[in-house]
Design a binder for this molecule. Structure first.
Ligand code: NAD
Length: 256
């Protein structure tokens, strides 16, 4: 039987890249996200790689919708082998101007949703003695930058959650790891480039060079394909003793 993966936030950016890679590796998929054309995206991924996929519109801010997504996955595919907690949002502002609502939303989507998704798939993984949970954290789970209070708190938090699930999963055949990327050129980052260009009075090219990639030793955006290869490896049965790790894929940012 084919393996099944749930990838949250997979209608755009890194999540969509992961979806294509897991589909190419033969996984059946649950795609998820807020984009209105989610069902079409899921159908395209399925057709491109000859796998089965469906779209769940579950809002990662709503635990009941998350439970529904996990239940539907089990019902349609019989099992969930891999859960990738990827959905994420950003807001950039100094602490004294940081909107309370944005704090709550970012903690909700970037951190609490991973608790709810993991809790929902855990009994099935436990029963089958196999599970792989992969959290797309960030180099900002390991290092701080100014003006990103909520994002950095959430990403540090998800690395803590990763370690707890690794310990609890160890006797059950379940691993949990976090991938910590530097900058990847996705719609989330395109938005930041525009905002920063305005804030600093710079061109977008200057923002990329002088602001975004300043802390990376390798002055290049991280390729989604690299993140996907790593995630596929973490999901493999060979990776059974690789657990509880926060793996930087950050062009050397966290080496400093
Ligand atoms: P993106 O904006 O391209 O995609 C985000 C996805 O999350 C979309 O599919 C969106 O619909 C979904 N999403 C947002 N809010 C949601 C909600 N409430 N419920 C369900 N889905 C929701 O972003 P991306 O750059 O691909 O980021 C993906 C993940 O990678 C995020 O967790 C982000 O923090 C992390 N990350 C990104 C970078 C980067 O440079 N792009 C670097 C490090 C970590």
């Amino acid at each position: 039987m084919s393996k099944t993966a749930i990838i949250t936030g997979s209608t755009s950016g890194i999540g969509l890249g992961l979806a294509h890679a897991f589909a190419a590796a033969g996984y059946n998929l649950v795609l998820n996200g807020l984009e209105a054309n989610g069902p079409e995206i899921a159908a395209e991924v399925a057709a491109a790689h000859d796998i089965e996929a469906f779209f769940s519109p579950a809002n990662m801010l709503d635990p009941a919708q998350i439970r529904q997504m996990a239940a539907e996955a089990e019902q349609r595919f019989g099992q969930v082998d891999v859960l990738i907690n990827n959905a994420g949002i950003q807001h950039v502002a100094p602490i004294d101007e940081f909107p309370e609502q944005q704090w709550d939303r970012i903690i909700g989507v970037n951190l609490s949703s991973a608790f709810h998704t993991s809790k929902a798939v855990w009994p099935g993984m436990k029963k089958r003695g196999f599970g792989r949970i992969i959290n797309i954290a960030s180099v900002h789970g390991l290092r701080a930058s100014e003006y990103k209070a909520a994002y950095i708190a959430a990403k540090h938090g998800i690395i803590g959650l990763t370690k707890v699930l690794a310990l609890e999963g160890a006797p059950l055949g379940i691993t949990c790891n976090a991938i910590c990327p530097g900058y990847v050129r996705t719609p989330l980052v395109e938005g930041q480039i525009k905002d920063q260009a305005k804030a600093h009075g710079m061109s977008e090219a200057e923002v990329v060079e002088k602001v975004m990639l300043k802390k990376q030793a390798v002055k290049a955006f991280i390729d989604v394909e690299l993140l996907a290869e790593l995630a596929i490896f973490l999901a493999s049965k060979e990776a059974k003793t690789l657990t509880g790790a926060a793996l930087p894929v950050d062009g050397g940012w966290s080496a400093q």
